[in-house]
Design a protein around this ligand. Structure first.
Ligand code: UD1
Length: 432
């Protein structure tokens, strides 16, 4: 199993290319199931979750081809433009998303709505528990039932049927869910009549999906707000779409600059995607400026100031940045209260950060972080993607050597992370 060895304490300076958003790419890839024409997606990140979604789509009968693959080390920090994935779901051969793939990646459940809308039936394994809490799919199921699907839960699978097609309906989500909003929006595109989704997720990735669906011929209004309206059409066609930049990767590297006292130019990304995070960064003492094709991040002043964080659905502070922000708070001046409101059990990084000398106490869904003057390197391990990268950030700031174990979590969502960091002065190597 791969590990990452980091010699910390060096400021990062240079340029980092931000890739396409994994969380936008996954539903966009699932949208290919809605049409028998080709969907061309550009700016695809090369991360393990994308490979898992490709595996799942191929299993369902989608023909997938990729070009512009950039694995050339000398190009590590330069443009990744031209990376194109072509998906053609002309001949679907299966309606089943098997346990082995859904277990690996919960976002596999995003094939449920499109498969059902296009083929009239779908069988998708229940994702089960995961490292950051139980993460049910009840909202996806209840919404599809509102659209007329007959759904039973059998042998660990969601079995959905809509022999006469789906019918538009008013759906009120009792809780904001990114995945349920995306699944229902995709299904509603091919339903008869109009659908409204209220209390919808407003995340930029939902809007990006809507933009692509509209290019494919869908009739959608209000995506990116909490009320989405879809008028069903008989069929969707192919389209060409460029995946929007990854806001979580952007904000993660911004913390890498701040925590090491360096300056990074993050290119291929947009400041407006990370407003809530940027507001907190400024309060901490991190300066963010818009540059051509990106954002410059630098640490101003002597020490960074502690701030309080509450995770919320977009446009609030994202849960996917909570662990990284906590790593930063471990070395700031003062006390920070970090409250996780989206997922249960998303503080697994706390005990590992404590092994590096952080002073953190947890009560319920809040953590109190008292800044220390220095972290010390240690062997650490995490059980989810964002927790892993928070340990990497802590390792960059720490004195001495840190080894981050179980790197496959990091590889699920960060592309060539060690190459990008090393090109900016980090002493970091992957141990296979
Ligand atoms: C997506 C993101 C993930 C991010 C999360 C919250 C993708 C591929 N993943 O995950 O990185 O952390 O949004 O921003 O885009 N819930 C239910 N019932 C459901 C569905 C969700 O109770 O049927 C709950 C979840 O347990 C959680 C909350 O709703 O407490 C939000 O989850 P949701 O927005 O659905 O997360 P995902 O779409 O899985």
């Amino acid at each position: 199993m791969d590990r990452l060895r980091i010699q910390g304490g060096r400021p990062l300076n240079g340029v980092i290319q931000i890739g396409g958003a994994k969380n936008a790419a996954l539903p966009l890839m699932a949208a290919s199931l809605l049409t028998d024409n080709t969907l061309a997606l550009g700016n695809l990140p090369h991360v393990a979750d994308i490979a898992t979604m490709i595996e799942l789509l191929v299993e369902l009968g989608v023909e997938v081809s990729m070009n512009g693959q950039s694995t050339d080390m000398s190009r590590a920090n330069r443009g990744s433009e031209g990376r194109l994935l072509l998906l053609s779901a002309r001949n679907l051969v299966s309606g089943t998303a098997p346990y082995d793939l859904v277990r690996k990646m919960r976002a596999s459940v995003l094939v449920l709505g499109p498969l059902l809308a296009r083929a009239g039936r779908a069988r998708v394994s229940m994702p089960g528990g995961c490292a950051i809490g139980p993460r049910p799919v009840d909202l996806h199921v209840a919404g599809l039932r509102r659209l007329g699907a007959e759904i039973s839960l059998r042998d660990g699978y969601i079995e959905a049927r809509a022999p006469g097609g789906l019918t538009g309906a008013a759906i009120m989500l009792p809780k904001v869910s990114v995945g349920a909003t995306e699944n229902l929006m995709m299904a509603a595109c091919l339903a008869r009549g109009e659908t409204t989704i209220t209390n919808a997720a407003c995340e930029p990735e939902v809007l990006d999906l809507a933009h692509c669906l509209i290019k494919m011929g869908a009739c959608i209004e209000g995506a990116g707000t909490d009320s989405v309206w879809v008028s069903g059409v008989d069929r969707l066609g192919g389209a060409k779409h460029k995946v929007l930049p990854d806001r979580i990767e952007t904000a993660t590297y911004a913390i890498a600059a701040a925590i090491t006292g360096g300056t990074l130019d993050l290119i291929g990304t947009r400041l407006d995607l990370i407003r809530a995070v940027a507001d907190k960064f400024r309060a901490v003492g991190i300066e963010l400026t818009i540059r051509e094709n990106g954002v410059r991040v630098q640490h101003v002043g002597n020490r960074l100031e502690a701030v309080n964080i509450q995770t919320r659905p977009y446009p609030g502070f994202p849960t996917d940045m909570q662990a990284q922000m906590m790593a930063l708070m471990t070395v700031t001046e003062g006390v920070s209260i970090i409250t996780e409101n989206i997922f249960e059990n998303r503080f697994m990084h706390v005990t590992e950060l404590a092994r590096m000398g952080a002073d953190i106490s947890v009560k319920g869904n809040s953590a109190m972080v008292r800044g220390v003057s220095r972290l010390r390197g240690a062997p650490v391990m995490a059980t989810d993607l964002r927790a892993s990268v928070s340990l990497l950030l802590a390792g960059l700031a720490a004195e001495g050597e840190t080894v981050v174990n179980r790197l496959y979590h990091l590889d699920r969502g960060y592309e060539r992370v060690e190459e990008k960091l090393a090109a900016c002065g980090a002493v970091v190597e992957r141990i296979c």
